[in-house]
Design a protein. Structure first.
Length: 161
């Protein structure tokens, strides 16, 4: 109940920003899409923090940056599944969703961008362009977040019919 209240509070803040400050008239369907994207972004922030903190800790403890990145990813994708399934792409009444299929699709979505693409880019930044290993994951966010949203919205959590 607390999280539901927190999401409603976030929607109120968004409403103040878009409607009151920017004087935009947004239809109900478009409003839902904006709120969904913002919620996805907030989940993404928590995923990023979890993944990055695990990564930094493991690198600090002497792990190579690639295994550290993979372990951080694995932990963050469980977080992503929980929050996306429960609050971002809420299951509507009458909608059928098989949890393990959705989890596998979520994992594959994040694996494509968050694991495969992220680590290819990380290798490029660190070994190829000699960018500091702590900065590489941050640069990757600008590429992987939009791709993750598209894959999750239109594949992992796509409504049937």
């Amino acid at each position: 109940m607390l999280m539901k209240s927190a999401w409603l509070f976030i929607e109120k803040i968004l409403s103040l920003f878009f409607v009151k400050l920017l004087h935009l008239n947004i239809s109900g369907e478009n409003w839902e899409k904006i709120c969904q994207f913002v919620k996805f972004g907030l989940v993404g922030v928590s995923n990023t923090l979890i993944s990055y903190v695990v990564y930094v800790i493991l690198v600090f403890l002497g792990a190579h940056y690639l295994p550290a990145s993979i372990i951080g990813f694995l932990i963050s994708v469980v977080n992503a599944y929980y929050w996306n399934n429960k609050y971002v792409f809420e299951q509507k009444e009458g909608e059928e969703r098989i949890w393990w299929k959705t989890f596998v699709k979520t994992f594959l979505s994040y694996a494509g961008t968050g694991l495969l693409l992220n680590n290819i880019l990380l290798f490029l930044w660190v070994d190829g362009l000699k960018i500091h290993e702590m900065l590489g994951p941050i640069i990757n966010l600008f590429i992987t977040i939009p791709l993750n949203f598209i894959l999750n919205k239109f594949w992992a959590y796509r409504k049937k019919g």
